[in-house]
Design a binder for this molecule. Structure first.
Ligand SMILES: Cc1cc2nc3c(=O)[nH]c(=O)nc-3n(C[C@H](O)[C@H](O)[C@H](O)COP(=O)(O)OP(=O)(O)OC[C@H]3O[C@@H](n4cnc5c(N)ncnc54)[C@H](O)[C@@H]3O)c2cc1C
Length: 371
């Protein structure tokens, strides 16, 4: 399966590669010790990373899902945490402006989103609501005399980019049975930061836990099912991120196997090592096909409910297996911080959990097939 890009998309992807070579990869160890530089979102915005899939009529680049997936893959080869952030900002946050914001909301926030001065986050997960998203407790109460505005009360955790975000898209309960989405600005008395959540992988990402106490929020039209459907393209992005991690790990493993000698021959000449390389290469290529298939189908306007889950599930397991095998090839050095492979191994784990754990992807696939 061959992806198709127009000349503008090709030039864009070349610029993503250049950013990875010159900035992301050289900085990835620095970033993971704390977080991204302060101006990361103005940089990403200027390069079009955050407006990649937003239609041109709203000031975005209007690129295809195939381009989005390639961007996520390439970024992950430089810094998986940045890939995850850019993927989520595009598929869940910026896409929310396209599908669920009204003109007034777009006019107020989109210019800042597009120049990077308004970084975004997407908040669904809560202490008691993870895989079971319908358990969300954050409650939205209409504010009297301010149509469209609500008070939010509740708690959100594991929110990617929460430390940088100035605007959140919050999923909250509007009745006992209904959930919907809201724009909520961080800079207000009702927002209370609980703290940053440190994670074992993708640790450059500023993952936030916060509370809302009568936080003022602006309702965005759209049912829970509509809003949550943005996850289908999101999962293609996480699948592409996993693919990038697996590809990079394979490259690292091959280079190491060629350079390291034991028993008077390079590791690359040992059949057990060759088997690990061969199996990993096959997993990478199979993951690539599933990610490409889902992205291509999305661009054709076809449903990708199960295909996005195939891509995310398979690519994340490939990333887990390939990083594990390539770390094995590195031997003891693979467990030190001197080699990138241990970081890729840790970063890969997120792809099996974020935007729906592996088990949830299986439920989605089974539901689609058994209906
Ligand atoms: C680094 C990071 C970034 C994140 N970013 C965001 C973000 O930006 N916004 C956001 O809203 N959330 C975010 N999340 C949250 C993420 O989406 C959840 O962690 C994920 O959906 C799983 O929810 P949970 O952690 O509550 O696990 P739980 O729901 O408690 O599940 C734990 C495990 O139980 C199993 N399980 C659960 N339900 C079932 C079932 N029905 N059948 C079989 N097995 C099941 C699975 O193995 C699962 O991994 C992030 C998480 C991480 C780690």
């Amino acid at each position: 399966m061959v992806l198709h890009f127009n000349d503008e998309e090709k030039a864009f992807l070349a610029s993503v590669q250049q950013f990875v070579d010159e900035v992301a990869l050289p900085q990835t160890r620095v970033w993971e010790k704390s977080t991204f530089p302060k101006d990361i979102w103005t940089i990403c915005a200027a390069k079009g990373f955050t407006s990649c899939v937003l239609p041109k009529e709203y000031g975005g680049r209007g690129y295809s899902c195939q381009t989005y997936a390639e961007m996520c893959r390439i970024l992950a080869k430089g810094d998986p945490a940045l890939s995850m952030n850019v993927a989520a900002v595009n598929a869940l946050c910026v896409a929310h402006f396209e599908h669920f914001a009204n003109d007034e909301q777009r006019a107020k926030y989109l210019p800042g989103v597009l120049d990077g001065s308004i970084p975004l986050s997407w908040g669904l997960t809560e202490p008691d609501a993870g895989s079971d998203a319908r358990r969300v407790k954050t409650f939205a109460t209409p504010i009297e005399g301010r149509p469209g505005y609500f008070h939010l009360n509740g708690e959100k955790m594991f929110i990617t980019n929460g430390g940088f975000a100035k605007l959140f898209i919050i999923i909250a309960r509007v009745s006992d049975t209904e959930l919907s989405a809201f724009f909520m600005e961080k800079d207000q008395p009702g927002f209370e930061e609980v703290g940053r959540i440190a994670t074992t992988g993708v640790s450059a990402s500023y993952t936030l836990h916060f509370r809302m106490k009568d936080a003022v929020a602006w309702h965005t039209p759209g049912s829970f099912e509509q809003v949550i459907s943005l996850l289908y393209r999101g999962r293609i992005g996480i699948g592409a991120m996993a693919l990038g991690i697996a590809e990079k790990a394979l490259e690292e493993g091959i280079e190491y196997a060629k350079g390291r000698e034991q028993f008077n021959r390079p590791l690359a000449q040992m059949q057990s090592v060759q088997n690990m390389v061969a199996e990993s290469a096959m997993q990478v290529e199979a993951a690539r096909l599933l990610v490409h298939q889902a992205a291509w189908m999305y661009d054709q306007g076809l449903p990708v409910v199960k295909e996005s889950s195939y891509a995310k599930l398979f690519a994340s397991e490939a990333a887990r297996d390939v990083t594990n095998k390539m770390l094995q090839i590195h031997g003891g050095r693979g467990m030190t911080f001197d080699f990138l492979i241990e970081k890729l191994w840790r970063d890969a784990k997120l792809t099996e959990i974020g935007e729906g754990a592996t088990e949830i992807q299986k439920l989605i696939i089974a539901k689609a097939l058994l209906k």
